[in-house]
Design a protein around this ligand. Structure first.
Ligand SMILES: *[C@@H]1O[C@H](CO)[C@@H](O)[C@H](O)[C@H]1NC(C)=O
Ligand SMILES: *[C@@H]1O[C@H](CO)[C@@H](O)[C@H](O)[C@H]1NC(C)=O
Ligand SMILES: *[C@@H]1O[C@H](CO)[C@@H](O)[C@H](O)[C@H]1NC(C)=O
Ligand SMILES: *[C@@H]1O[C@H](CO)[C@@H](O)[C@H](O)[C@H]1NC(C)=O
Length: 386
């Protein structure tokens, strides 16, 4: 059983210094900290049979119910904000004028009406599309309709667009993703732009051009989809550890690496494993997008998702993504510089992450200087709960 210890090291006195901000990144004013919310894919996938699965199918009813629970169960209070429809909301064909249309039987009131409902709950509304000819599940993609689809999204008062990369030419993505981003910008409606561009390129052996990606996207998927298992979490964490020296520098306010959804409260993770996902996503400055059934998340798991101290680390305003600094005896030490900065020195959040299975406490000793902490006056220690 993997176990997790968390600690944060903090300096008491407060002193603000000016930080220089990258000037070459997308600046649409959004996602100044990693976006938080809920998305349908991992938990509800492409269930379209509302006769046999009336409570689980991708439908107007599911999203209204989840919006209600985001608020009534306290998720909105701790920062979860965007409610995002993933694939399988569309009709198989565009309408007679070439406009995107939602599945008529599952979204009988249309998308704007649902968007209005979500906004009426004080939440923001996200919608999925795909850069290619089709979405991954085979519904119409935006290729050939970039401008009109961006306008449709604005008309439906979308606040967050997830643009997938199925059924697209990889070599076109360097042009197509920025083009759609420009059309989104031209609508005048601020919309977070979530891209899948780098993962499709990486998996095909093309080195993603992160300089171009941060000029275009607020967040981007670097690696494959999360599945409801601990193995999947571990493979994602290992990818980010192995590529950290190439990708961490691109994260910052307005632009984030995205290791995919939180699966806490689903079937695959134990309580300790859930704490590990939450702590590691916090240290990696990852978007916190849950994909679970908010109607049935058990109290212990809800408490992990709503841990305000861990969320505050994730949402640290400096927006620096943490790195794995040490790895020994099947234990990782991850470190993230956070605020406050005092006398030019960062404070730090630290995750000690054990993959050991020997079931008893295991002693390690770590020198703060090996983690990059060299403040001569020392550090205050604040353990995170749990
Ligand atoms: C998308 O559709 C167009 C028009 O049918 C076709 O020319 C193009 O090859 C398709 N692209 C991909 C990636 O399948
Ligand atoms: C469009 O881009 C400009 C220039 O980067 C930016 O200032 C503006 O906020 C963007 N507007 C929207 C709606 O994204
Ligand atoms: C793709 O990601 C792997 C890590 O899984 C990395 O080693 C490799 O350099 C990346 N490939 C490209 C072409 O970026
Ligand atoms: C990567 O993108 C940047 C910014 O768009 C561009 O200047 C540069 O030429 C691109 N690099 C490569 C290798 O294509």
């Amino acid at each position: 059983m993997p176990t997790l210890f968390k600690m944060s090291l903090k300096i008491c006195a407060l002193l603000l210094i000016t930080l220089s901000i990258r000037t070459d990144a997308l600046e649409n004013g959004l996602a100044r900290t990693p976006p938080m919310g809920w998305m349908s894919w991992q938990r509800f996938r492409c269930v379209t049979d509302c006769v046999n699965y009336p409570d689980d199918c991708i439908s107007d009813k599911l999203f209204r119910t989840m919006a209600d629970h985001m608020v009534s169960e306290g998720y909105a209070d701790v920062g979860y904000e965007y409610l995002i429809i993933d694939d399988c909301w569309l009709e198989r064909n565009r309408d007679a004028n070439g406009k995107l249309q939602p599945d008529g039987s599952r979204f009988p009131h249309g998308i704007l009406d649902l968007s209005n409902y979500i906004h009426s709950k004080g939440l923001k509304f996200g919608l999925y599309e795909d850069y290619g000819n089709y979405t991954c599940a085979g519904y119409p993609g935006v290729l050939g309709h970039l401008e009109e689809d961006a306008k449709t999204f604005a008309e439906w008062e979308v606040d967050y667009v997830k643009l997938d990369g199925c059924y697209a030419e990889l070599k076109d993505m360097d042009i197509g993703y920025p083009a759609f981003g420009r059309y989104l910008n031209q609508t005048g409606r601020p919309m977070i732009y979530s891209c899948s561009w780098p993962v499709y390129q990486n998996f095909s052996g093309i080195r993603p051009n992160y300089t171009a990606i941060i000029e275009t996207c607020n967040l981007w998927r670097n690696y494959g989809d999360i599945q409801d298992s601990w193995d999947s979490v571990l493979s994602i964490v290992e990818f980010y550890a192995l590529t950290q020296d190439e990708i961490v520098e691109y994260a910052g306010p307005g632009h984030w690496n995205d290791p995919d959804m939180l699966i806490i409260g689903d079937f695959g993770l134990s309580k300790e494993q859930s704490k590990s996902q939450m702590a590691l996503w916090a240290i990696m400055a990852s978007p916190l997008i849950m994909s679970n059934d908010l109607r049935t998340v058990e109290p212990d798991f809800k408490a992990i998702l709503q841990n305000r101290k861990v969320i505050a680390i994730n949402q640290d305003p400096l927006g620096i993504q943490g790195k794995r600094k040490l790895k020994a005896n099947n234990i990782d030490v991850w470190v993230r510089p956070i605020s406050p900065i005092v006398n030019g020195k960062y404070s730090y959040a630290v995750v000690i992450f054990s993959r050991r299975t020997d079931g008893t406490p295991y002693m390690i000793s770590v020198k703060l200087s090996d983690l990059g902490m060299d403040n001569e006056a020392g550090y205050d220690f604040e353990p995170m709960s749990g």
